[in-house]
Design a protein around this ligand. Structure first.
Ligand code: HEM
Length: 458
């Protein structure tokens, strides 16, 4: 994830700045410094490039283009497998994206050594562990081995196929309870927002249950998660960045208190295990915050998009939806096709570790490559007639919606389970559900999904 945003290096391991209490007098200046390097300057640069016609800059700066990015992807594809853009080389090719994701010639850590001194100073001055987001170290998303291996090993036991399958009854119960609420909210034929009532709460309740964090805080998590999701993007306006900072600070505050409770009274859950781990497995405070925040945030900020995108696609393809009602064994393939056709994570990026050649282009060490996953998933070399939505498509599962290589989505099995259960339950409970009115897309670059999705149930 975090396709485009350069990632600030983490300094130190103890989050002294993360202690609650009176705000540090330099906090506003630090926020401004972080914003200027990570968003303000890139925004100005991308806006200039967009005005010059750079396609990727236009895509990142123009919400209308992002609503319908697929024509831009095809225009880029026509220019070749690796296209020079304002962001550096960008690929729409499945083969090239796959190669980058699977190769140890590329990593996720951002190389700041070549950045101007002022930018490096501002990043280190602005560094504040109390607002560190999921796209900053030590989040495993943006950390290379050996630390990545250590973090991932600690949490992967909770996401094995067996652990995931054991969650199915809980996912089903959660879906059924929310559907009861949806029915009540819809009253007598009034439109209801499927995102607010179903697609958003379902994944947050599921991941909270699995991690052993209190499900009653679901509305807080959703608010904080929306802030965290925005920080995956590049070029946020200061107001949105400051709101995301506040959300992250509140989430870190919650986690800190939660860890104190668990240290006193550990349960049998993953977070208790992480908090009480000792010896070689012990995580620093900063690592603990980053790991739990990522599991929580990645656990719901992505699946909500898969559910919303699926409902809209199935509404537009009623025949396919009816076929799934008649034969529910098709749901797993349908979920793969939605992931391929309208991917919840559209963009990711990698850093060249040592100078290399990719698609015939020489790339210097430390440079970035941007992978348009949503475009790779429509590569005609892999998916015949890629712009056709077909829930029976053979090979849909070859998509890169969950990435590939060592950062392959840890929660892919869980997301697949949630989508299968949630979509089947929704369709069977409300076979006459229709999208009514205009669904509104989330104003995000990296994630693709709906903010509001009005539906009528009958
Ligand atoms: C439809 C739902 C989801 C999608 C599309 C998705 C997609 C992705 C992608 C594309 C990456 C890798 C990004 C990269 O390579 O740069 C990733 C990583 C990750 N995902 Fe998911 N994800 C989903 C759901 C989940 C869920 C439910 C969890 C629950 C824990 C989760 C946890 C993670 C974690 C921890 C990573 C980091 C893995 C690593 O860096 O080794 N994801 N996800």
């Amino acid at each position: 994830m975090d396709a485009t945003a350069p990632v600030a290096p983490s300094t130190g391991s103890h989050p002294t700045g993360s202690r609650p209490g009176p705000a540090h007098p330099l906090r506003p200046a630090r926020t401004l410094a972080r914003w200027a390097v990570r968003h303000g300057m890139p925004a100005a640069y991308l806006s200039r490039a967009a005005r010059r016609g750079d396609l990727v800059a236009r895509l990142l700066r123009d919400p209308a283009l992002r609503d319908e990015p697929y024509a831009v992807y095809e225009a880029l594809r026509a220019r070749g497998p690796l296209v020079p853009t304002a962001l550096g080389p960008v690929t729409t090719s499945h083969a090239v994206a796959s190669e980058v994701l699977r190769s140890d010639r590329f990593g996720v850590g951002f190389d700041w050594s070549a950045a101007p001194r002022a930018a490096r100073w501002a990043l280190s001055f602005g560094d504040d562990p109390a607002v560190t987001g999921v796209a900053e170290p030590p989040s495993m998303l943006v950390v290379d081995p050996p630390d990545h291996t250590r973090y991932r090993r600690l949490v992967s036991r909770a996401f094995t196929p067996r652990s995931t399958a054991a969650a199915e009854p809980m996912v089903q119960r959660t879906a059924d309870t929310l559907l009861d609420g949806l029915e009540r909210a819809a009253g007598r034929g009034n439109p209801v927002d499927l995102v607010a009532e179903y697609a958003a709460p379902l994944p947050v309740l599921v991941i909270a249950d699995l991690l052993g964090v209190p499900t009653e805080r679901r509305d807080d998590f959703l608010r904080w998660g929306a802030g965290a999701a925005a920080t995956l993007d590049v070029g946020l306006p200061l107001r949105r960045f400051a709101a995301a900072d506040r959300a992250l600070r509140a989430l870190h505050d919650f986690l800190r208190e939660h860890f104190v409770r668990l240290r006193r009274d550990p349960g049998n859950d993953l977070v208790s295990r992480l908090v009480t781990a000792s010896g070689e497995e012990a995580l620093t405070d900063r690592e603990l915050h980053a790991t739990v925040m990522l599991l929580l945030g990645a656990g719901f900020e992505t699946t909500v998009n898969l559910l919303g995108n699926a409902v809209v696609l199935l509404d537009a393809h009623r025949g396919q939806r009816d076929a799934l009602l008649a034969d529910p064994s098709g749901w797993p393939d349908a979920v793969e096709e939605v992931l391929r056709f309208d991917s919840p994570v559209q963009i990711t990026g990698r850093t060249v570790r040592t100078a290399t050649t990719l698609a015939g282009v020489r790339l210097p060490s430390g440079s970035r490559v941007t992978l348009l996953l949503g475009a790779a998933n429509r590569d005609p070399d892999v998916f015949p007639d890629p712009a056709r939505f077909d829930v029976t498509r053979a090979g849909a599962r070859d998509h890169l919606a969950f990435s590939a290589g060592i950062h392959y989505c840890l929660g892919a099995g869980l997301a697949r389970l949630e989508a299968r259960v949630a979509l089947q339950a929704l369709t069977e409970r409300f076979p006459d559900l229709r999208v009514s009115g205009r669904p509104v897309r989330r104003d995000l670059q990296t994630l693709r999904g709906f903010e509001h999705l009005p539906v009528t149930l009958r």
